[in-house]
Design a protein around this ligand. Structure first.
Ligand code: C5P
Length: 424
């Protein structure tokens, strides 16, 4: 398909390079039309190298080809990413003072817009009015997300991840959203963006035996890990799920797929052995299971009985379990992406992120998914709020939703990390 990628002058222009790359790798013809301002962020050679086509922002180049309308006429889809507040205003007004403007007026193809700007600019009445005008004309929007913005700011206004925009674009191309105005935010996942990858996921909580009938355990239901496994499989990955004491009713959510293999484990030691074996063939490792930090030093052969201790409560000697995640990071295979989880009881968001950042430094993972837990929050609930931190400690995504939605968001971030690594 013929895709015109309009890039406008925001810092998120660098992420549009990844988007262009995704389109090219999916077999599309990509013509990048940057605004003059966009070229201050990312230069012409980059766009030409990635798109494999000449690039200009001027209506005065290639005049014999009538380029100022030809690109729009030939397009099957026009994507504007990032779209600044200024660009949204220009689009709403129908201004055509550069190649992107003329292209947008000349096209009858679907148009998908990924806004990116500071929260105040996004929420300004003028911008919201322009967005409504554009939606009324059938233009589709993806995002903006809420997250880290330029400088120290964060909030709504962050451009959606390239993988999300790519997914939305594929949906439009596939005609799944013929009436784009009805689908203001398109979040359909492509069915196969993880094809060719093997994803190893751990779910549930380990149990450390005290005696044949008792154990030290935790309240992790396994729902989040199972949701990740199910989402990865739905997106085309080969999945190995290390299931630590996950209830059958929860485990059932992974369904019966030939591409998903479940390996049951009980203790941290069993999880470690299975993780080491399976990690060898994995491209992505996501350790969502809650692992007991300690195990009982000497497990009793027989059941501990009150009468045997004369009514005195027994003292359990504990020894530390290995940090499985850290071990996987240390012996990581080339190209492997490793994701950890951090469930924390905290007073507020600041403390949650602070603890997350410290854990990130200790574990050395590519991404850390952080969430708050407590007596009510987190463990057995259907929903979750996940903060995803990258290696630098930046919150690259904040996802609030069902565990399946947070799973898909996490997988989007995994893809973004892998894509950035391949390109940069
Ligand atoms: O240190 P903490 O338990 O908070 O770290 C949580 C992350 O580390 C999770 O991804 C969990 O699966 C993993 N972990 C591990 N081995 C341990 C403890 C935690 O792999 N012994």
């Amino acid at each position: 398909m013929n895709i015109v990628l309009g890039v406008t002058g925001g810092i998120a222009a660098y992420k549009a390079v990844l988007l262009a790359r995704l389109f090219v790798e999916a077999g599309h013809e990509v013509h990048v039309v940057p605004t003059a301002d966009a070229l201050r962020f990312v230069g012409l050679p980059t766009w030409e190298a990635i798109s494999r086509h000449p690039v200009t922002s001027s209506v005065h180049d290639d005049v014999p080809e009538v380029r100022h309308v030809a690109l729009g006429q030939r397009a099957d889809l026009v994507v504007v990413a990032p779209a600044t507040a200024n660009t949204l205003a220009r689009m709403a007004a129908g201004l055509a003072d550069d190649l992107l403007g003329t292209t947008l007026l000349a096209t009858t193809a679907p148009v998908l817009v990924a806004p990116a700007m500071h929260t105040e600019m996004w929420q300004h009445a003028a911008t919201q009015h322009n967005v409504e005008t554009l939606r009324g004309r059938g233009i589709a929007f993806v995002g903006p997300d809420s997250g880290r913005l330029t400088g120290d700011d964060s909030g709504p206004g962050r451009m959606s991840e390239p993988t999300q925009i790519f997914a939305a674009a594929q949906s439009l191309l596939a005609g799944r959203h013929p009436h784009a105005s009805e689908s203001q935010i398109i979040v359909d996942q492509p069915t196969s963006d993880l094809a060719g990858l093997t994803v190893l996921v751990s779910a549930g909580g380990t149990r450390e035996p005290i005696d044949p009938v008792r154990y030290l355990g935790n309240r992790s239901s396994g729902r989040q890990g199972v949701a990740i496994a199910a989402a990865a499989a739905a997106r085309g990955a080969q999945v190995v799920l290390l299931s630590a004491n996950v209830d059958a009713s929860v485990l059932g959510e992974v369904g019966e797929r030939s591409t998903t293999r479940v390996v049951p484990v009980g203790t941290a030691a069993e999880l470690e052995a299975a993780a080491r074996t399976e990690a060898a063939g994995a491209d992505v490792i996501i350790m969502a299971a809650a692992v007991a930090d300690y195990r009982v030093a000497e497990v009793s052969e027989g059941k501990l009985r009150k009468e045997d201790t004369g009514g005195t409560p027994p003292t359990l000697q504990l020894v530390e379990n290995p940090d499985i995640l850290r071990g996987l990071v240390v012996s990581r295979a080339p190209g492997q992406t490793i994701v950890g989880f951090a469930a924390e009881t905290v007073e507020g968001e600041d403390e949650l992120l602070e603890r997350g950042r410290r854990k990130l430094a200790r574990k050395g993972v590519d991404l850390l998914a952080v969430n708050a837990v407590g007596w009510i929050e987190g463990f057995e609930s259907a929903g979750n709020t996940l903060y995803i931190l990258d290696r630098t400690g930046e919150v690259v995504r904040r996802i609030n939703g069902t565990k399946r939605e947070t799973a898909d968001g996490l997988l989007d971030s995994v893809l973004a990390v892998r894509l950035a690594r391949d390109i940069l």
